[in-house]
Design a protein around this ligand. Sequence first.
Ligand code: V47
Ligand code: SF4
Length: 391
Amino acid sequence: MVDRINSIEVLINKEKNTALQTIAGKVVDNKRLSFDDGVLLFKEASLPFVGTLANFVRENKHGNKTYFNRNFHIEPTNICVFSCNFCSYSRLYAHREEGWELSLEDMLKIVKEYDNQPVTEVHIVGGVHPKLTLQFFADTIKAIKTHRPNLHVKGFTPVELDYMFKKAKLSIEEGMQFLKDAGLESLPGGGAEIFHQDIRSKICNDKVDADGWLKIHKVAHQLGMHSNATMLYGHIEEFWHRVDHMEQLRQLQDETKGFNTFIPLKFRNKNNQMSNVAESSIIEDMRMYAIARLYMDNFSHLKAYWPMLGRQNAQLSLSFGVNDIDGTIDDTTKIYSMAGSEEQSPSMTTEELVQLIKQVKREPIERDTLYNEIKNYSFEQNVLKEELINT
Ligand code: V47
Ligand code: SF4
């Protein structure tokens, strides 16, 4: 610890910008950064500066542990009533022949394909189909839980939930309770994009707004459920919009402590209405992770979603504050492949994930959705072959 603090002190002393020196001092003293500190970091701080500090914070929180889980995704439909300009995968109902729509049986069939595999989570998220109801999704969750009671169902963004609840004429409290009773256990982090209305109105004008998004997560937390939070960055927003977004999440987390992890999502520009907007550089991506680690002091975990960033960049992010690289995913996830990610068919075996983490000298820890540790892989030379047969 003393050596680590010494190396931070060297960093602080080398820094010529006294405001940045003060921020580094706050990090070392475990003090909360202000809104202005966040903006200043984005505007002025170099990658090594924020990276060293973020690494210090990550180590204090997690030592060398890096988490992943064994999960799979189901995307029930890409038919969507909304038209987010960054979205590459949705189709309007009028063009539904170009999209897909899974029945309850189709989704159960996907779940059954994992019957002999040690997956712990199914992540269900998709477009907002005008004809699919709250009851349909409740029945789907019930069918999944009846078939496999221990599979954790993490599903639906506030965009989907807001639409379902309104159509069912239920309050958020009633709707969330209804889905919880059906077996829904956690919410994923999607649909947050950038909260500030000036940006939201330009990139996703017609879907649930910031207050609606935050309220749905708050109610989920009050019902004892956990959730994740995302931010879609690197398009038309300014740095202060990112800090504003993180600030709103940080405030809700102070209140409820219900968020598990924060996931910055890099905007990808292929096949969407925002293809003229350049993607962020890898340096900016790493600065984003590092500053998120420094700002989101009450979030235990910072996740890099590898299908969107790419495997090597996800690996690199582990040196910039990230301590979680999502999971095996294994599927059919189309949201990023259609938006230009290099990962056209995202799936990694447990062994690949473990090796990715070990290559940067971290301890690979398999976790469940709530970050309970399932297995520490750091002492294994190779992941057991017998085990891999089943993954
Ligand atoms: O809300 C859509 C994003 C999100 C693009 O909670 C795009 O564990 C980049 O939230 N470029 C949905 N991003 C996915 C999501 C998620 C993913 C993985 C794990 C978890 C979790 C949540 O995908 C959307 C939007 O922000 N997205 N299009 C695009 N062109
Ligand atoms: Fe629909 Fe979600 Fe795509 Fe927006 S991002 S158009 S809400 S599927």
